[in-house]
Write a protein that binds this ligand. Structure first.
Ligand code: ZN
Length: 570
């Protein structure tokens, strides 16, 4: 990787064709899945392109099904549902399907997914308008043969541009293969209208890159995950410095240079030609996957250069969603600067898109989902089981990333003290089964959650027990592995600082929907038991350094950092 090329000062661009070429030329190309995200439409007024994006698919004449949550969405005083229905209704039959309860809190559970599948049956095109959960449901509901257009409404998660859906099975969050969207539509005006807190959650979801890529590398090194690919790990981790720089800019609230915009990046060639002789009028930049993608950066406004470091995140300059969670957040500058805020959100959306693409081509969420996500998933399962809304996914992932980074520091310290010189302690399956059922008994007395988790965990144990020594490769070349890990990891202090500057909480107890110390400890201690994915907590268990004292030590380390932050932020 050319680190110069991906410095903190360089705005992120999206060039799907360039990416395809880069991945095709990488050493592991033969193993990678194809990047089948057809097209990204981004830029101001991209929503105006919705009808044309849908009309690109001849089958759309059979009728368009729009999937959305009940949350009313207002963008610059315009009602998004009314507008989308009107625009689409000029050319197609439109069936607007509201998923989930009236309060808009949709869960991707079996019943909701079944309702979406039923609604999408026979549709000529499925459109999702919503955040991560709606998108995941839409990807699951629109079969492979049905065109899918995804309208991203917030920078909340990295799951818009990948072929997976996080769905609930018996109350347990599971990532299931679904499909890529054919078209991803990102209109910064829509992003700006989302609750600032929801948008910031995307920063939390993305800081996972500092620990998840290390977990994935580790899983590859111990032979637990053959999908590990260096080029994809680097793609996932590539914009880490930029992400931290953007996060820091939120607190400063500085304006970008006048006239600068990263959101005016457009495609080339046919971009301005009507794709379908549609509504005409002022067309926003559009590009196709086969031609130029927004990375082409042709157009009247050049991308910002170093000025983008100072892009503010100004929630005060945007209209909130009309929803319960739409309170303004602290930390904004208070000045109205929608253009600059738009640019920051647009760039964050691009990093999220690239993160999704990394998972998609890897055929696994592993590039972005390590220990920190396992902790967050456990907390989410607890919330669901107890009927609580819980904090946003990315907000929890951010806090959990600090703990995962502290776990990495703990494990590397123990290895430095000789932990790799001892025989591996592979957990006994029967003890693991008991431990898992104990862990879940409080939130699910039926035992279904525990059974679901153990079924997955047992597969991981079987792989670890198959060879003579699961730590053999680490013992042999620890120095090299440690150096490689060091390039991916950030210190817990760095993560806490970035999250704090972005106005995000750094302690579980400080989450908008606070998690008690006991619950947080439960999730951290048991996160390795959730699923068949090897991460740093599994390594800690093999090394014999994931006992109660170790968990307490890691949590104490993380709390110290959080305490240091709390003097400045929260
Ligand atoms: Zn996530």
């Amino acid at each position: 990787m050319n680190t110069q090329e991906w410095s903190a000062g360089q705005p992120v661009r999206l060039d799907l064709d360039g990416l395809r070429g880069e991945l095709a030329a990488s050493p592991g190309a033969a193993r990678l899945r194809s990047l089948d995200l057809g097209r990204v439409i981004e830029g101001d007024d991209a929503l105006d392109e919705l009808a044309r994006a849908v009309a690109e698919f001849p089958r759309s004449c059979a009728g368009v099904v729009v999937l959305a949550a009940a949350t009313p969405m207002t963008v610059a005083d315009r009602d998004l549902q009314a507008e989308a229905t009107e625009v689409l209704g000029r050319g197609f039959g439109v069936d607007w399907v509201t998923l989930g309860p009236p309060d808009g809190q949709v869960h991707a559970d079996e019943a909701t997914v079944a309702a979406a599948c039923q609604a999408a049956r026979g549709a000529g095109c499925v459109v999702t308008i919503g955040s991560g959960t709606i998108t995941d449901i839409g990807k699951a509901a629109a079969g492979q043969g049905t065109p899918l257009v995804v309208v991203q409404t917030a920078t909340s998660v990295n799951g818009y541009a990948d072929p997976f859906s996080v769905l609930l099975h018996h109350g347990v969050k599971r990532t299931s293969p679904s499909r890529w969207p054919d078209t991803l539509l990102v209109d910064p005006a829509i992003l700006c209208a989302a609750p600032a807190e929801l948008n910031r959650a995307g920063v939390g979801d993305l800081v996972s890159m500092f620990t998840s890529t290390a977990d994935w590398y580790l899983a590859g090194a111990v032979g637990a995950d053959p999908s590990y690919d260096q080029a994809v790990a680097r793609l996932s981790r590539r914009h880490g410095a930029r992400l931290l720089a953007l996060a820091a800019s939120l607190a400063g609230g500085q304006d970008a240079e006048p006239g600068s915009s990263v959101m005016t990046s457009v495609g080339t060639g046919t971009a301005a030609e009507p794709l379908l002789g549609g509504s005409g009028g002022s067309s926003p930049p559009v590009s196709t996957g086969a031609e130029a993608l927004p990375g082409g950066l042709v157009g009247s406004s050049p991308p910002v250069s170093s000025a983008a470091e100072a892009l503010p995140w100004d929630p005060m300059g945007s209209s909130p969603w009309v929803s319960a969670g739409a309170e303004a957040l602290s930390g904004g500058s208070g000045r109205s600067s929608p253009r600059a805020s738009t640019a920051a959100l647009g760039e964050l959306a691009r990093i999220l898109t690239l993160s999704g693409i990394a998972m998609g081509v890897a055929g696994s969420t592993a590039p972005s989902s390590g220990m920190e996500h396992a902790i967050s998933h456990l907390l989410e399962m607890t919330d669901t089981a107890r009927g609580r809304h819980g904090s946003y996914h990315g907000t929890k992932v951010g806090v959990a990333s600090i703990v995962a980074a502290a776990t990495w520091a703990h494990v590397r310290r123990r290895i430095g003290e000789g932990a790799l010189d001892r025989p591996a302690r592979i957990p006994d399956p029967d003890q693991a089964r008991d431990r898992i059922s104990q862990a879940f008994t409080e939130i699910d007395a039926s035992g279904a959650m525990a059974a679901e988790c153990f079924a997955d965990y047992a597969r991981k144990l079987a792989v670890l027990a198959a060879g003579s020594d699961p730590l053999a490769s680490l013992r042999k070349g620890w120095e090299g592995h440690n150096a490689a890990l060091g390039e991916m990891l950030a210190s817990p202090a760095e993560l806490a600082a970035a999250l704090g500057l972005a106005g995000l909480p750094v302690r579980f107890a400080a989450l908008p929907d606070p998690v008690s110390d006991g619950e947080a400890r439960w999730a951290v201690a048991n996160c390795a038991l959730l699923r068949n994915r090897f991460g740093v907590a599994d390594l800690a268990m093999l090394l014999g350094c994931w006992e109660d004292d170790d968990v307490d030590e890691v949590l104490a380390d993380a709390a110290v950092l959080a305490g240091q932050r709390s003097g400045h932020q929260r």
